[in-house]
Design a binder for this molecule. Structure first.
Ligand code: AMP
Ligand code: ZN
Length: 472
């Protein structure tokens, strides 16, 4: 039985989907005006683990994700600029081209981290009709009002507003910390549609019954999720920052349009990846992207391994040191597995059961990893361990399955091994004769030969040894 912490009920609930074994899963996607950073990727990793755990539990998951290529404003008060438009202007680029570029980069990062691609990935700009239809429904139901700069959702008409974040309405008084938008009737109201300003010509704009413009950010997720998964569905996720505004607004819009409650049965939120001083964010200008890792000879999957070591509902403080340690740990795992000759047969049933139980318990990945390491140290034969690792990796996704491991460390055949061995011997002789230049030359030659196998020569207290090393 899978149990998950539900932000809506604030407790760990047994997971019972609306139409088992089907599960509708909606995960909020990136705003594609820049590269995603490791913080964003932590959230996508948590969502990937969630999906894999549900799949391992026998559920048939339909996973939908939006790509925000328009409408996400630089301010939560709905007064700022559209992030994609403003970045395109800064870079003198076509806004669609810019969004396409960063979407591709995003998908590249997903692949590098073994994050399974969503079954459906939809751009906001390709669902404008759906969004306009939803705004029309809200207007018909009396939840939308027209202001001079757009159409807004009237939160005072929605009694449950604030339930997800647990704030009562009076806690969110106008002017407290947030900039006030004079167009709004109530502080929490939010834009459903924004009008293009006559002065600055937008690249992305569409006609609508209210005037030419573009959709507010939140409406796309309601429109797409309900279109793909039905007006009520099982699971909706994102980072914790989405709880008080984005997801609150999605619930308000969706339930106000359909009259059905609840819009989503389980809301799950991943905690932030933070830097020692503060959060990592695009707007903080202190973000690290995945492409930094290979530059430091760190394998991208080391980040996945690092993330798995912390529970998704705890903050994770990023440091290069921790990431490098995860990288070494992963390389050692890979090499250990790779040097085992056994063919997988029957796994270690007891460990597999405990592994499943820990993940079913609100995705306890640190516990699952501990069980994996315990199994590796156990007396089970390697053939059984390899089989279990393959099962574990269906959720962990860190290249522990036999096939994947072979790709990381392709084995040397006998003649290659013999050639390396004789070079190593020759170098030992040169060292004994204190011919240091020759020894250095031979070391370089050995490492060149080993590079395609992601290994390198290292001098250890017990003599020269071939060790894992991963360079892109
Ligand atoms: P955005 O592109 O800003 O909509 O963010 C994409 C996803 O990343 C959302 O689910 C956010 O909640 C999440 N996110 C943003 N910053 C962080 C962070 N520092 N750590 C973890 N998740 C984050
Ligand atoms: Zn969303």
């Amino acid at each position: 039985m899978v149990r998950l912490f539900n932000t809506l009920t604030r407790q760990v609930d047994a997971f019972t989907p609306l139409n088992p074994p089907s599960v509708g899963l909606y995960t909020c996607g990136p705003t594609v005006y820049n590269y995603v950073h490791l913080g964003n990727l932590r959230t996508y990793l948590f969502e990937d683990v969630l999906r894999r755990v549900l799949e391992a539990g026998g559920f048939a998951v339909k996973h939908v994700m939006n790509i925000t290529d328009v409408g996400h404003l630089t301010s939560d008060a709905d007064t700022g600029e559209d992030k994609v438009e403003s970045q395109a202007r800064k870079e003198h680029k076509d806004a669609y081209e810019l969004a396409r570029f960063y979407t591709q980069a995003f998908v590249h990062d997903l692949d590098a981290l073994n994050i399974q691609r969503p079954h459906v990935m939809v751009k906001a700009t390709s669902t404008i009709d759906l969004q306009i239809d939803l705004i029309k429904r809200l207007e018909q139901n009396g939840f939308a009002y027209l202001a001079s700069d757009g159409v807004y959702f009237d939160t005072s008409r929605f009694p449950n507003y604030g339930r997800l974040g647990g704030q009562r309405k009076q806690d969110k008084k106008a002017g407290a910390r947030v900039a006030v938008n004079p167009q709004k009737r109530n502080q929490n109201d939010f834009a459903l549609w924004k009008f293009s300003k006559p002065a600055d010509k937008r690249q992305m704009e569409w006609p609508s019954p209210w005037g030419a413009g573009f959709p507010g950010w939140h409406i796309e997720c309601s429109a797409m999720s309900m279109h793909e998964l039905g007006e009520q569905f099982d699971v909706h996720t994102g980072g914790v920052d989405h709880i008080p505004i984005h997801h609150e607004n999605e619930i308000a819009q969706s339930e106000a349009a359909t009259g059905k409650h609840p819009f989503v049965k389980y809301w799950l939120h991943g905690e932030f990846l933070v830097l020692p001083e503060k959060r990592m964010g695009k707007s903080e200008g202190n973000f690290v992207t995945l492409s930094e890792l290979p530059k430091r000879a760190i394998h991208p999957l080391a980040f996945r391994y690092l993330v798995l070591q912390t529970h998704y509902r705890s903050k994770l403080t990023f440091s290069w040191q921790a990431l490098e340690a995860a990288h070494q740990g992963l390389l050692n795992l890979w090499l250990t597995i790779d040097t085992q000759p056994a063919t997988p047969k029957i796994g270690c049933a007891e460990f597999e059961q405990r592994f499943r139980d820990s993940l079913d318990n609100d995705l306890d990945t640190p516990q699952a990893l501990a069980i994996m390491h315990e199994m590796l140290k156990s007396d089970y034969p390697w053939s059984a361990k390899l089989q279990s690792l393959e099962v574990f990796d269906r959720v962990l996704g860190i290249g522990l399955g036999n096939q994947a491991v072979r790709q990381h460390f392709p084995p040397l055949d006998d003649s290659q091994s013999a050639a390396i061995e004789s070079l190593v011997q020759e170098r030992e002789v040169a060292r004994q004769q204190k011919k240091w230049d020759r020894a250095d030359e031979l070391r370089q030659q050995i490492n060149q030969a080993l590079a395609p196998f992601h290994r390198a020569l290292q001098d250890t207290p017990t003599g020269p040894a071939i060790k894992p090393r991963f360079r892109h």
